[in-house]
Ligand binder design. Structure first.
Ligand SMILES: [Zn+2]
Length: 357
């Protein structure tokens, strides 16, 4: 037999207790937030980052290998967004998965507006992904000029992220065209972007904390309140000590930073590694350059797996791009012939879209 429920004599005390706990928790959270060094915005941008798909390295896309016949020009209504694989169904607003769509535009005001006008549905996301490609050579908020031309071959993946296959930017300020072609170099774990002559587009830190990552998703110069460099990388990627160091702290401000490590390099520079999944060194440990000290994760204020790497000298935040040597890699010689065939295919695709404008 079911007993009737007792009158809730304890309820007021329970409520007071819950209220007290909630106030205390809020105070802790607010305190933690004040110290956030990798604010949420840094990570919120990551879902639009170029995504490594299951596509094999260098495999030609059907849309690229077999472009639509030239006698089927894109109609005027979609002149700015020509989809070679879909010329027969130009009214479809969303591109078919697996096909590269080409979007081109001429800059009148901002990059965002250029892409919005070229493609109202995908323009904002495209502008974000596109601007990350060329952040190494230009500040696209400042350095774009009226009349600059943007071209990009892209597709949206099943998970909603955008992948760029090829992009060009004709810059009046630089007086030349920047190019970026997606390619997974032999021996690399992820595709990257390469200029047509085989030099990598993104710079890499020499003796940085990660051997391999998908993409740099945030630089110091991107936003004023973000104090580090963010690397998109799967959970569990080994993090190496860039220099000989002593471990000075771990897991402080956990709500914001998640599992984290702080090192003091021999020159006195403080290095912070945030959002880790596992710490493999602990306060007091001496570590040597190249030693694995942790695994990357998605802990604390982080909405996508990444490593936040931050450097400080005294009160000053130091840009890892200034502190480390940087390099632009060259494609392995053995990749060049296949890469350049791919470049030619993408260039034909971009040129076709330009011709139909
Ligand atoms: Zn960060």
């Amino acid at each position: 037999m079911i007993r009737p429920i007792d009158p809730p004599l304890g309820l007021p005390w329970l409520l007071y207790g819950m209220l007290g706990c909630s106030l205390a928790l809020n105070a802790v959270l607010a305190w933690d937030r004040g110290e956030a060094e990798c604010p949420e915005a840094a990570v919120a941008r990551e879902p639009v980052a170029a995504e490594a798909s299951a596509e094999p390295a260098g495999a030609p896309e059907s849309a690229v290998a077999a472009p639509a016949p030239a006698e089927e020009p894109a109609p005027a209504a979609v002149a700015a967004t020509a989809s070679p694989g879909e010329a027969a169904a130009p009214t479809a607003a969303a591109p078919a998965l697996g096909n590269w769509v080409v979007t081109t535009g001429t800059v009148e005001h901002s990059l965002a507006r250029t892409f919005q006008e070229a493609d109202p549905e995908h323009g904002d996301a495209l502008a974000a992904v596109y601007s990350r490609l060329f952040v190494w050579d230009l500040d696209l908020r400042r350095d774009l000029q009226r009349g600059d031309e943007v071209e990009v071959a892209w597709r949206q993946e099943q998970d909603g992220t955008y992948t760029i296959a090829a992009a060009r930017l004709h810059s009046h300020k630089l007086g030349r065209t920047l190019t970026a072609y997606r390619w997974q170099a032999t021996g690399d774990r992820f595709p990257s972007y390469w200029q047509e002559e085989g030099t990598e587009v993104p710079y890499r830190l020499v003796d940085g904390p990660l051997d391999d990552y998908e993409q740099v998703t945030s630089l110091l110069k991107d936003r004023p309140h973000h104090k580090g460099m963010d690397f998109k990388t799967p959970v569990g990627t080994p993090v190496k000590a860039p220099r000989n160091a002593v471990v000075t702290r771990e897991n402080w401000r956990w709500t914001a930073n998640g599992n984290c490590l702080e090192l003091r390099y021999e020159d006195g520079t403080i290095a912070k590694f945030l959002h880790l999944s596992e710490n493999e060194a602990h306060p007091g440990d001496r570590v040597t350059a190249g030693q694995v000290i942790a695994r990357t994760g998605n802990t604390g204020h982080s909405t996508a797996p990444h490593l936040h790497y931050q450097l400080e000298k005294g009160d000053r935040v130091v840009d890892p791009l200034d502190y480390h040597q940087v390099e632009r890699r060259r494609l392995p010689a053995g990749d060049m012939a296949a890469f350049q065939a791919e470049v030619a295919r993408y260039d034909a695709l971009l040129g076709q879209a330009l011709a139909s404008r």
